[in-house]
Design a binder for this molecule. Structure first.
Ligand SMILES: C[S@@+](CC[C@H](N)C(=O)[O-])C[C@H]1O[C@@H](n2cnc3c(N)ncnc32)[C@H](O)[C@@H]1O
Length: 249
């Protein structure tokens, strides 16, 4: 989805996005249950700084806040001001002081302070107009040994099941709601996009684990950024301090 469509679609959808997601992805398709699982794949987050790419209205925030504790921090990035406004409301209502929101493009992630200990992206990267750039920028921002977890749709249509039959209607509903563009729903294009994306991740991450949900349509990918090659400054700090200066490894 091009940036002008992100603004138009998601600014429009922002007011009802949470209600719609609760009903369609939560109650009907039961996909919200995977959110906590994808976040758990980030590993121990106590005290961690976590980047949430395409954070939207902040649906990951309650689960992340539980795991990072008071010393941790969330940095949420999204291109839709409408979605960020809903996230701001959530933050105010909950009284969280350790969540920073940045209006930005996932393919560039300009102005995001790094390195972060972990990065999560749920149902965002597959619609970013340049997935490879978004993955490279995200991995650039993760510290060596830090973790990445992505939950997305690797295909727009499941291989079987109720949604396979209902896909034409489902596709129209997603387009009308502003969640996806026609291009995002093109199965062949989406699969090819993720094939290239996974090549980027295989080249950049030390380990990569891939699982599927929703009869093959959904994909959960998790991995860890390669640890640093031998770094004499780091080795010196370990020697004089007696501890590794890189937390949470
Ligand atoms: C389906 S919503 C998912 C929101 C949230 N992660 C969740 O789990 O509910 C997709 C989000 O990706 C954002 N998005 C799409 N393309 C983007 C881009 N290039 N840069 C930043 N955000 C983008 C949209 O604004 C929207 O908030």
């Amino acid at each position: 989805m091009q940036l002008r469509d992100v603004t138009r679609n998601y600014d429009g959808a922002a007011r009802y996005y949470d209600r719609l997601t609760d009903i369609v992805f939560g109650r009907i398709l039961k996909l919200e249950a995977y959110r906590g699982y994808a976040i758990d794949l980030l590993g121990d987050l106590d005290g961690a700084t976590v980047l949430d790419v395409g954070c939207g209205t902040g649906r990951n925030f309650p689960l992340l806040i539980e795991r990072i504790g008071e010393r941790g921090k969330i940095i949420g990035v999204d291109y839709s001001e409408g979605m960020l406004e809903q996230a701001r409301r959530r933050i105010r209502a909950e009284g969280w002081s350790n969540v920073e929101l940045i209006h930005g493009d996932a393919a560039r992630l300009d102005g995001v302070p790094g390195p972060v200990d972990a990065a999560i992206a749920i149902w965002c990267l597959g619609i970013v107009y340049d997935l490879e750039a978004a993955l490279n920028r995200t991995v650039d921002l993760i510290r060596p040994g830090g973790s990445l977890s992505i939950m997305d749709f690797g295909k727009s249509r499941p291989d079987r099941g109720l949604l396979w039959w209902l896909f034409p209607l489902y596709g129209i509903a997603l387009r009308r709601a502003g969640i996806d563009s026609a291009e995002d729903l093109d199965n062949a294009k989406l699969e090819a996009k993720w094939d290239r994306g996974k090549d980027v991740l295989r080249a950049r991450l030390g380990t990569l684990n891939e699982e599927h949900y929703l009869h093959g349509a959904g994909v959960i990918i998790a991995g860890r950024a390669n640890k640093m090659m031998y770094d004499p400054v780091r080795a010196f700090l370990v020697m004089i301090k007696g501890v590794d200066p890189t937390p949470n490894e």
